[in-house]
Design a protein around this ligand. Sequence first.
Ligand code: UN1
Length: 521
Amino acid sequence: MTIDLAPHTALFGRLGLSTTSPNQGVYDGTAWKASGPIIDSINPASGSVLASVQEASLEDVQRTMAAARAAFKVWRKVAAPARGEVVRQIRLAIAEALPDLGALITLEMGKIASEGRGEVQEFVDVADYAVGLSRSIGGTVIPSERDKHFITEVSNPLGVVGCITAFNFPIAVYGWNVALALVCGDSTVWKPAQTTPLCAIATNKIIVRVLEDIGYPGAISALLCGGGEIGAGVVDSPEVDLISFTGSEARGRLIGMEAAGKFKQSLLELGGNNAAIVMPDANIPLALQSCTFAALGTAGQRCTTTRRLFLHKSIADEFLKGLVKAYKSVTQRIGRPEDPNTLIGPLHSQDGVERYLRAVDKIKQQGGEILIGGEVHQHADQGLKAGHWVLPTIAFYSTLQGVSIIKEETFAPILHVATFETLEEAIELNNGVAQGLSSALFTQNMSNVFQWIGAEGSDCGIVNVNGSTSGAEIGGRFGGNKSTGWGRESGGDAWKQYVRWSSCTLNWSNELGLAQGVSFE
Ligand code: UN1
């Protein structure tokens, strides 16, 4: 394996990363020091080594979880608006480093440059949102049925939040969690994906520097890099109060059960098998552009990627012609993700390529017609030969009888297409999978819109009209239903999961007042 240092030595220097010695993948509030195995972080475009990382050991987990608990005890005493001021400082520091962090995401995760920067912007946005919340979060006052009684719901800091994040959004998803957790008075322990440790180390160095410069313990945002064993250590730790997990349905199911068995809170953002529906009255150019972006952005590796497309029979031929044309032009722009002209970067790992190829085989076995793609991509550029490249793929099904592959999430640029005759039928198709993250309807008809967002409409956590299934803003709660898991991150009232709630009844009379008319003379 070659070491590809020259292009990123300066970038790594600015981000406090080393290209010569192992980067320490643990921060326990006192030192950046890990005692687990040393691994390489790989550039998915070239297959070359970016840098090495020393991961956490199980002893590191124990020490770090205890430090996060101690840090929580300090942090919970700080007034919420003062916590918000710290988050505002973190926001400023992240925004200042945005171009560098964006470039690092592109190098280590493989997403294209504008998406790398957009991901860091998502952290900045959610931090802004959290700063505002720090002056508004609280409970409600409820009218009491008893004289001289006062009922209020009070939110207090919850404790330690374990954030286990995925490779595809290696910075933003921690941003969602840490911004809310911090204004709510919690400390966090971050266990990033094993293949994106550099993004986590660089980001957390910025956060810790802000915390410590102001005089707070750095273990308010602790870090543990490593694989499944380290993640399991965080979940099992008696110190953790809420697990926020983004990843596979299989792993999420286990984590959800484990957390429930210990009466811990959990917030799960698991699979997505998102559909777009195009009605005959849709603005077709808009729908075409939206669906192309949603299916191919991040090379199909967003939880919110459009994986299924249902076209009304009357417009299906015309739409498919336009879609194949768009795919052909996008396919011309597969390349180095840092090149501003590139629209499609590599898959993140060889494992992703293998899953893609297995899905293509299944499509063929199950009667799908590959309209474009369906193969690995051979690069002329020698430097990209060892990267993980596949072609954007459209599979068309004249019938969905016996087609199981469309019900599975394949984290790759594969779009399954079929037709329908009525909106009811399309909604049934949309809802007819285990997952329930995101969805989109393209129509200009108001009745269709209300049907779609109403009781008999999409069963997903994210429901769009005339917009892409992916690319949600931070303002709305983010998450899904059914096997996508439960809980919400980011905007809306997602913060309510990061606090512990008490309903407090205060009697300011001198008499015992009993509710429900009970007397106990
Ligand atoms: C994810 O893929 O896990 O809505 C997060 C989007 C992004 C976040 C995706 N804002 O596509």
